[in-house]
Write a protein that binds this ligand. Structure first.
Ligand code: NAP
Length: 293
């Protein structure tokens, strides 16, 4: 069994981008600029956004963090989105989800200019991705594809089973995995809470992706010998032995499953860092498009 080390792979992507940014600076060109909008005090969201800003600093991008209290109105947030859409100094921006209940996430996602939608959540980008046209690819699914590609893991002709059909992970990953591309071309089964015979379907997977949000859901009896297992889940479990008071748990019972598979991602240190690397790749592309527009 080999660990698919997302931290290491993400570090090499970041180093590649850092070298490209140094080149841009040398040529006197504008460096990529990512803005992140964070609403409220959700611990997970603060951690993710801080990690994104830190990654921008590392590669040499400009970054702007915009924070609002939970009480911000939908109208005020939409007005900030409009401002960012029209701010020429910013190449791409994200609005960290989830948002407070009184704000319609769909409305906010739709309001983002698709040309600046580096999270790849806008329907225009999802539609273009589905048609195989150039687009910003959703960060987590694209991070998974990049992780497989950079480890020379064959997907062509393989059976890929994805558990979880969210619009940010499972569904777009099913599209990317089944695209007509030598780094995709998998036969995909997309499972959800109404799927019957889930264990049996999972046991047939050459590549099994768990994106459910239920700690240790995937057990040894759901995995075929030699399968590649990708664990997207990140649930916070109380743990008084940790300084933070919690530990991150994946959707896969790592210790028992690891023994059976050929490759497996750890949590933390697997898919999470790849999501950030993917966001940086999208932001680099956004800057390139602006330069050539
Ligand atoms: P989500 O919106 O929470 O949806 C969960 C999905 O799992 C749904 O499609 C649901 O089915 C399915 N599901 C729930 N229980 C199930 C069961 N018993 N059997 C089969 N399917 C079941 O999903 P998400 O936003 O993709 O998040 C999933 C996990 O990934 C969370 O832990 C999240 O924190 C993590 N995540 C990590 C990253 C990262 O960068 N590492 C990025 C995004 C998300 P229904 O549709 O039928 O309800």
């Amino acid at each position: 069994m080999q660990i698919l080390d997302g931290r290491k792979t993400s570090a090499s992507i970041k180093d590649e981008l850092k070298a490209k940014v140094a080149e841009l600076k040398k040529e006197g060109k504008k460096v990529p600029h990512l803005a992140a909008v964070l609403v409220g005090e959700d611990g997970g969201s603060i951690t993710y956004v801080n990690a994104k800003v830190k990654a921008c600093d590392y590669v040499g991008y400009d970054s702007t963090l915009i924070r609002f209290p939970d009480s911000i109105s939908e109208e005020e947030l939409l007005s900030k989105v409009d401002e960012l859409n029209n701010d020429k100094s910013i190449d791409g921006f994200i609005v960290q989800l989830p948002l407070p209940k009184h704000i319609d996430e769909r409305k906010v996602t739709l309001a983002i200019d698709p040309a600046k939608d580096v999270d790849g959540f806008h329907p225009e980008n999802i539609g273009r991705m589905s048609l195989g046209l150039p687009s910003f690819l959703p960060a987590t699914p694209n991070g998974i594809m990049e992780l497989l590609k950079r480890h020379n893991i064959q997907t062509e002709g393989k059976h890929c089973v994805i558990i979880g059909r969210s619009s940010i992970v499972g569904t777009p990953l099913s599209i990317l995995m089944s695209r007509n591309d030598k780094h995709a071309n998998a036969t995909v089964t997309l499972c959800h809470s109404r799927t019957k015979n889930l264990e049996e379907i999972c046991r047939d997977a050459d590549i099994l992706v768990a994106a459910i949000g239920k700690p240790y859901f995937v057990k040894e009896n759901m995995v075929k010998d030699g399968a590649v297992v990708i664990d997207v889940g990140t649930s916070r479990l109380e743990d008084s032995s940790k300084k933070s008071g919690y530990k991150l748990a994946g959707d896969v019972a790592f210790d028992e499953v690891a023994e059976k598979c050929s490759f497996i991602t750890p949590v933390p240190g697997g898919v999470g860092p790849m999501t950030i690397a993917s966001l940086l790749l999208n932001t680099y592309e956004a800057n390139k498009r602006f330069q050539s527009a």
